[in-house]
Design a protein around this ligand. Structure first.
Ligand SMILES: Nc1ncnc2c1ncn2[C@@H]1O[C@H](COP(=O)(O)OP(=O)(O)OP(=O)(O)O)[C@@H](O)[C@H]1O
Length: 823
């Protein structure tokens, strides 16, 4: 087809045909001569003259190509006169190529196609390369831009965190400016059977005007509070005003919210919600916990643990509302002056993950709580209930916060003639009124800034001591009934509330502990452990038994906090006189306290309040003197601090986890059962020591007499005290450096049996000195030397310079020389 198309042009060029002919001939000659691709038969036929050059060329060409068909096609075409004759060299080549292309022999074609494709691909490649380079550049630019944006974002985020921090700080400052004790008044709606209301005016500024409808108009009284909620106020509106305090709990502040007022005024309604349990009327307790969980889920940078305790004070007894047999579980309030510490460590403490958990616990608590019907309230609370929420948070940088929220629903004050109670209910009412009156006394004393605050007059004030007199944030709801019949009680409630609003609390303390502080504490722990191992050598009565396995020994050794060799005075003269019951509140305590109690089951318990002065331990000789006498005087079979051991341990465990800042002045210990061999109960000691570890920077502790118990027990000054004191004498000798440590002592049970504590010692100063020397195994320093100097303290004898400056005790005599006088 192509040949016919090209024919006119080929014919015109006749001269070139000859050239083609000669060219073909020349080519075939050349190829023949070089014998390239020519088989033997072709050479032979050429030699014989049987073939012409065209044929030869054709054959040569076809032999180069594969397939018979292509050969014949090429031959035909070349033999066609019009093609051969008219072809120029160039065109002959074209023609040949064309012929080859037209045939089945498509290698050339394929090659060409592939070349073409290759070229296209090359072009595409170069194009792609260019695109790739462009994209790469773009990507790099994007990365750079992204980096800048991320940097900007991180700067913004850190700024945001800073702003949040500042916001929280400012928020808490605002709270402080508002007053740490805030008083809200809530007036419950007037009931159907109540005819007249004594409420005249409720101001938005927290003012409230009351009048007595039975008297003239001049009986109006105006009160001022932080906020007054009228009868129409909903639970939600009340909570909204309270909510801010809940946030403070999550920031590490202790908060106490309590409802006060006459019976039937709506305290339980505010705190626990409606008794019918409707969702619209949920109480503050429920909404507060709901909020706590919400805040904890929003604050992703802090992981919160929330635990709950629920107790009631019924007839001056603390009962665990979360215990199955709540009514029978009597609890002890510990004198926990640290914020966030457990005031009732042996009450059940439950971890809660959600509001549902809390609801279940509250239901259990409500079920166990004492209610009964009176003429004033068909479901009157007969006890003060305290729901305590313990919050522990840890942020990503390791800082921790620990705080607690007390939600207190007080029992209502009631006039027994009005409530028409008799029998047990009358007794309950008396207890309620008495404890509320004690609360009033405390509030008055606080408002007047008295030096003595009578917290110990009732369990309620004892329990609220840390909140009322500490550095917690307080919110009081004063509930009043609007009915004119209750005008007297309403006025009394409002006066109480107004007095409470004048109380100035200390600045709230944020219970936050940074990771650096914790690291330092760990270091102190390690040092304590190392010290303890050294001290084990000196602690003769506490030596591990010979047959204790090595692994057990090392475990016991490392579990212990170091015992503090306390320079106990052997002086017995400071034992309180028989029958004197000193009021612990009235005692001005200059140093921390350890209170020992010997329980009926033979267990010695110790409530230790540790010094807040840090590591420095000033050896106060007087306190040392009293330590021994306290030790003696407290141990008596009448001591009746029986504790629920399981809950005790649970509570103690929780307490042990408490940060020292939150429980820095309080630890509790269950000391070992006193054994006749004066051997230390290791487990109990472990607990004691662990507690000491929990407050490593507050390790200065001096055992102090619980004077209330001092006159209870008959105390023996038997051989065991002598043994103990001998050991102490040895300790004192050469362990002056260890005087910075605190130590909990145990004494033998024999110790308490025979001797009467009330017996007054007739010994003179010199006789006492001799006796002490005989007991402590210390060398005589002369009769003029004071007892203090012999124990390493400063001498009271100004005439003896050496003794005044004596810092370490004299060397102990060999034990063989101990006098037998006490045996
Ligand atoms: N704000 C209120 N709105 C509606 N009803 C209320 C409100 N306050 C109290 N009540 C109702 O008044 C009654 C008495 O309330 P509540 O039991 O809370 O009093 P209380 O102060 O706790 O009494 P008590 O001290 O005797 O336990 C309940 O029936 C309660 O539902």
């Amino acid at each position: 087809m192509s040949a016919t198309a090209e024919k006119p042009q080929l014919v015109k060029n006749m001269d070139q045909c000859k050239q083609v002919d000669s060219l073909v001939s020349m080519l075939s000659d050349l190829m023949f001569n070089s014998k390239e691709n020519i088989d033997q038969s072709l050479i032979e036929s050429w030699n014989k003259g049987k073939t012409d050059h065209v044929k030869l060329f054709s054959k040569i060409m076809s032999s180069c190509l594969e397939g018979q068909q292509s050969e014949s096609v090429l031959q035909d075409l070349l033999l066609k006169g019009n093609v051969i004759d008219s072809c120029s060299t160039k065109e002959t080549y074209k023609c040949c190529s064309f012929c080859l292309r037209e045939g089945d022999c498509d290698h050339w074609y394929k090659l060409e196609e592939q070349e073409k494709e290759l070229m296209e691909l090359k072009a595409l490649l170069s194009e792609t390369r260019v695109q790739f380079i462009t994209l790469q550049t773009q990507l790099q630019n994007d990365f750079t831009e992204l980096g800048i944006q991320i940097h900007e974002l991180s700067v913004g985020a850190s700024g945001y965190h800073q702003a949040i921090k500042e916001n929280r700080h400012l928020y808490n400052i605002l709270q402080e400016l508002r007053g740490n004790i805030r008083v809200f008044c809530r007036i419950r709606p007037i009931l159907k059977f109540e005819a007249k209301s004594c409420i005249e005016y409720i101001g938005n500024d927290g003012s409230l005007m009351i009048f007595d409808p039975c008297k003239s108009q001049n009986t109006r009284k105006i009160f001022q509070f932080n906020k007054v909620f009228g009868p129409a106020t909903t639970q939600g509106e009340v909570y909204k005003e309270t909510q801010s305090l809940i946030r403070s709990v999550m920031d590490g502040y202790n908060v106490c919210i309590f409802a006060y007022g006459q019976t039937g005024a709506g305290k339980t309604y505010t705190m626990c919600g409606s008794s019918n349990g409707s969702c619209e009327e949920l109480g503050i307790n429920h909404m507060a916990l709901n909020d706590l969980f919400q805040i904890s889920s929003i604050r992703e940078d802090i992981k919160y643990d929330i635990h709950v305790q629920m107790v009631e004070i019924y007839n001056e007894q603390v009962r665990d509302l979360l215990a199955e047999d709540g009514a029978n579980t009597k609890l002890e309030i510990m004198n926990c002056s640290g914020n966030g510490g457990l005031s009732i460590p042996n009450a059940i403490i439950r971890g809660v993950q959600s509001t549902a958990d809390v609801l279940n616990l509250m239901k259990l608590g409500e079920k166990n709580r004492a209610f009964s019907s009176t003429a004033m309230n068909h479901r009157s609370s007969r006890s003060h209930s305290v729901l305590t929420v313990h919050v522990h948070g840890k942020d990503i940088s390791g800082n921790t916060i620990r705080s607690c929220l007390h939600l207190v629903d007080l029992a209502g004050s009631e006039r027994v003639d009005k409530s028409e109670v008799t029998g047990d209910q009358l007794k309950e009412a008396q207890h309620i009124n008495k404890s509320l009156s004690c609360l009033g006394d405390v509030i008055t004393a606080l408002a007047q800034k008295n030096s003595h605050i009578p917290y110990r007059n009732s369990k309620l004030t004892q329990l609220l001591q840390n909140s009322l007199g500490g550095n917690a944030k307080m919110l009081m709801f004063a509930h009043v009934s609007p009915e004119s019949d209750s005008h007297g009680e309403t006025i009394s409630t409002l006066k109480f509330a107004q007095r409470a609003s004048t109380v100035e609390l200390g600045a709230p303390h944020q219970n936050k502990e940074s990771s650096e502080i914790r690291n330092l504490k760990e270091q102190i722990d390690n040092l304590n452990k190392a010290l303890m191992i050294k001290e084990e050598k000196f602690m003769h009565p506490y030596k591990l038994k010979e047959n204790t396995p090595v692994s057990e020994r090392s475990k016991q050794m490392t579990d212990h906090t170091p015992l503090c060799p306390r320079r106990l005075s052997i002086e017995n003269g400071s034992v309180p006189k028989a029958g004197t019951t000193a009021n612990p509140e009235s005692k001005v305590l200059k140093s921390p306290i350890s209170r020992l109690k010997y329980t009926t089951d033979g267990t010695l318990t110790c409530n230790r309040r540790l010094s807040s002065e840090g590591l420095s331990c000033e050896s106060n000789q007087k306190e040392h003197e009293s330590s021994v006498s306290h030790l003696c005087s407290n141990i008596g079979p009448e001591a009746n601090a029986s504790l629920n051991s399981e809950n005790f341990v649970a509570g103690t465990k929780y307490f042990q986890q408490s940060s020292p800042s939150t429980c820095n002045t309080y630890t509790q210990s269950r000391l070992p059962r006193i054994a006749s061999s004066c051997t230390l109960d290791k487990d109990s000691l472990n607990q004691t020591r662990k507690l000491d570890e929990a407050t490593p920077n507050k390790i200065n502790s001096v055992t102090k007499l619980d004077t209330r118990d001092s006159n209870k027990g008959a105390i023996s000054k038997g051989s065991h005290i002598r043994k103990s004191l001998q050991s102490l004498g040895r300790l004192i000798n050469g362990s002056e450096r260890r005087n910075n440590q605190c130590q909990t002592e145990t004494v033998s049970s024999k110790f308490v049996r025979n001797t009467d504590i009330n017996e007054k010692s007739p010994v003179t100063a010199d006789a006492r000195l001799r006796r002490r020397q005989s007991l402590t195994n210390l060398e005589t320093l002369g009769l003029s030397a004071s007892r203090r100097s012999s124990l390493g303290g400063k001498s009271v004898d100004s005439g003896s310079k050496n003794l005044q400056t004596a810092r370490s005790p004299p060397r102990a005599r060999p034990s063989g020389k101990v006098t037998k006088r006490w045996l």
